[in-house]
Design a protein around this ligand. Structure first.
Ligand SMILES: N[C@@H](CCC(=O)N[C@@H](CS)C(=O)NCC(=O)O)C(=O)O
Length: 204
């Protein structure tokens, strides 16, 4: 299988999941301008031109972070990246994947990091980000993970919280989240995934 990624974009969560489950994958970087290393346009794989995009073991072109992450979780041994199907925890994990995707990533952080968003949109997004981070901070106070044990939802949240400095979100205002991010970055799979992408980010 192949993961199409941009260094330190939301696709980092999928790389973390692949590392955590010790799965085999090829990583293909989407270059600035939306080209692939072989010169093709990335829109041939992901029609909206965004990562993560996955060419699955069966050859399916899969996009949308929560779907890609759930696919990887289902390839891994049970319990490594997600609670077992049909359990309450599984639905809680899906709740968090959706929350991170819609409420945090796209509504709050995307406008804050966009060069095209006007200041009014950024001010609104800053307010949203604060409310969402308040909720996460209460939820993670005294907890190591979003749900029971490590899951793809944690990998996704970490990837978004990595953007705080770039987005102008002062994570130190949420000491629980700052502490959580610091601990998560020490997890071997996360340290490996970030270590693999850091030189690519610096070169971009
Ligand atoms: N709805 C998509 C959004 C993914 C997304 O926003 N990806 C960003 C990186 S974090 C991207 O590839 N942006 C480049 C672009 O849109 O051209 C998902 O949930 O996977």
């Amino acid at each position: 299988m192949k993961l199409y990624f941009i260094p330190f974009a939301c696709s980092l969560a999928t790389r973390i999941a692949i590392e955590e489950a010790e799965l085999d994958a090829e990583f293909v970087q989407v270059l600035p301008g939306g080209r692939l290393p072989d010169g093709r346009l990335f829109t041939a794989i992901s029609p909206m031109g965004y990562v993560p995009a996955m060419e699955t073991v069966g050859g399916l072109a899969l996009t949308e972070g929560p779907a890609v992450l759930t696919y990887i979780a289902d390839l891994a041994a049970e319990g490594v990246l997600a609670p077992a199907p049909y359990t309450e925890e599984r639905y809680q994990m899906m709740r968090w994947l959706n929350f991170i995707s819609t409420e945090l990533h796209k509504s709050a952080f995307a406008p804050l990091m966009s060069k095209a968003a006007p200041e009014g949109a950024k001010a609104w997004a800053r307010e949203l980000a604060a409310k969402r981070l308040d909720l996460l901070s209460v939820h993670l106070d005294g907890a190591d993970y979003l749900v029971g044990s490590f899951s793809v939802a944690d990998a996704y949240l970490l990837s978004i919280l990595n953007w705080c400095e770039h987005a102008g979100v002062p994570i130190a205002d949420w000491p629980v989240l700052l502490g959580w991010r610091t601990r998560m970055r020490k997890r071997p799979s996360i340290a490996r995934a970030m270590g693999a992408e850091m030189p690519l980010l610096q070169a971009a």
